[in-house]
Design a protein around this ligand. Structure first.
Ligand SMILES: Cc1cc2nc3c(=O)[nH]c(=O)nc-3n(C[C@H](O)[C@H](O)[C@H](O)COP(=O)(O)OP(=O)(O)OC[C@H]3O[C@@H](n4cnc5c(N)ncnc54)[C@H](O)[C@@H]3O)c2cc1C
Length: 395
């Protein structure tokens, strides 16, 4: 017979104290921003300025920045839990997550001078790195087809192009931007792309952002760039190798998205189970009906399974081991599981599920994004089919 403490000791998935401490710290902040806060912002399509500020002041958004630059020096395992907790408490990590998604490119490819210049200011909140400019209207998921160009002009680059669905531009000081520095060649389409750290505060009229109304509250823009002059020292890494530099950050991004989905999934399951237990129709709780109970139980099982793959991917990432297959599977499984949980929750709430006052419809819209962006689940399956299982390339 094992008692509870034996179980905890034997359980290989027991969370270390640092993780439980992170959960508690993030929950404390989330308690100051209850669901009514998010509901109100959603209705007005407003950015959660106060929440992002509080997360920044507590240091959570600098989780991945090394301690020597004033960050928390955490790995992806810890950073993922921060985003998971925000979503699990009924909030939305989306307005603040980019700083973590794109940090890898700056940490791995930024020069010592760039890191010393930007990281301390990002860590203490003087600079916000929340914008990431990759997608374009015509290129779609085929990133090698982007047509934004950066042309070398002495000690500067002149950038021109159109970007689409670029989030948080109005609430960021810096944008990591992907542009073509030499024309695309079919023989090696990924060559000739470069990454720039654009200081949006100095862009003036060269960058025009047109806000788009999206399904959920997400500050997202169509961005036009006209003769944007960027100094040479804002090129990240090596000219022409930007695709690989961005690609290198994708495993981290997939693990972090998976964590956000797990947080959403747990919120939906908790809400649905509680509602199904308390709501009495035909003289008994609706959760006594298998048609209501089983979809919630199935969603719970899928969310927990996705979480295990997410944790394995994060552990490999932090250990410097290859984690592409796990990171992609985690993203796929978690996005599907949270969507399934969202539907089970909406069905359980019946008409109330459609009423904004219950927050279910808001979270339903928020979690739907992750099947499509920042990478669609189809492309994740294409990666697994081709790169992991060795089937013919489908794209
Ligand atoms: C709210 C929101 C915020 C966003 N924020 C940002 C941001 O900050 N920065 C940024 O750069 N981008 C951002 N995006 C863009 C996002 O990354 C893209 O929308 C996403 O990667 C999908 O690309 P697409 O829209 O061009 O779809 P497309 O590439 O046009 O694809 C359309 C559909 O076809 C499918 N498809 C395409 N090719 C294949 C294939 N070979 N096999 C199978 N299926 C295929 C896709 O899965 C998708 O479902 C955001 C998008 C949204 C909705």
């Amino acid at each position: 017979m094992t008692n509870h403490s034996d179980h905890a000791r034997l359980d290989p998935f027991t969370e270390p104290a640092v993780i439980t401490g992170i959960r508690a710290g993030v929950r404390d902040i989330c308690a100051r921003f209850p669901e009514a806060y998010w509901r109100e912002l959603d209705a007005q399509r407003q950015y959660p300025v106060a929440f992002v500020q509080a997360m920044t002041e507590a240091g959570w958004l600098a989780a991945l920045i090394p301690t020597r630059y004033g960050g928390l020096g955490h790995g992806i395992s810890e950073a993922a839990v921060i985003l998971e907790e925000v979503n699990r408490q009924g909030g939305n990590a989306g307005p603040a997550h980019a700083q973590m998604y794109i940090m890898g490119t700056l940490l791995k490819y930024g020069s010592p001078e760039q890191q010393a210049c930007y990281l301390p200011a990002i860590a203490d909140g003087r600079l916000r790195l929340q914008a990431f400019g990759v997608t374009e209207p015509e290129a779609g998921t085929d990133t090698t087809r982007i047509t934004t160009t950066a042309v070398r002009d002495g000690d500067r680059y002149l950038i021109n192009g159109e970007k689409m669905y670029i989030s948080r531009v109005q609430h960021s000081d810096l944008m990591l931007l992907l542009a073509r520095t030499s024309p695309r060649h079919d023989a090696k389409p990924t060559a000739g792309l470069s990454v720039f750290l654009v200081d949006l505060r100095q862009a003036g009229n060269a960058i025009a952002s047109r806000p788009l109304r999206m399904l959920m509250n997400n500050e997202t823009n169509a961005v036009t760039i006209r003769d944007l002059s960027v100094p040479l020292e804002n090129l990240i890494g090596v000219e022409g190798e930007g695709f690989r530099q961005i690609l290198d950050g994708w495993n981290a991004e997939r693990i972090l998205i998976a964590a956000e989905c797990v947080g959403d999934g747990r919120w939906f399951v908790d809400r649905a189970a509680a509602y199904a237990t308390g709501r009495v129709v035909f003289g008994r709780p609706i959760g006594a009906n298998q048609g209501v109970q089983f979809p919630i139980a199935a969603a719970y099982a899928r969310v927990e399974a996705a979480d295990l793959v997410r944790r394995r991917a994060a552990a490999s990432f932090d250990a410097g081991l290859p984690c592409g297959p796990d990171a992609n599977m985690a993203k796929y499984l978690a996005a599907e599981a949270s969507w399934e949980a969202a539907n089970a929750c909406l069905d359980t709430f019946g008409g109330n599920g459609f009423n904004a006052a219950y927050d279910v419809e808001r979270k339903f819209r928020e979690t739907r994004l992750y099947r499509v962006a920042p990478v669609s689940n189809n492309l994740v399956l294409a990666y697994i089919g081709h790169r992991v299982l060795g089937m013919p390339r489908s794209y």
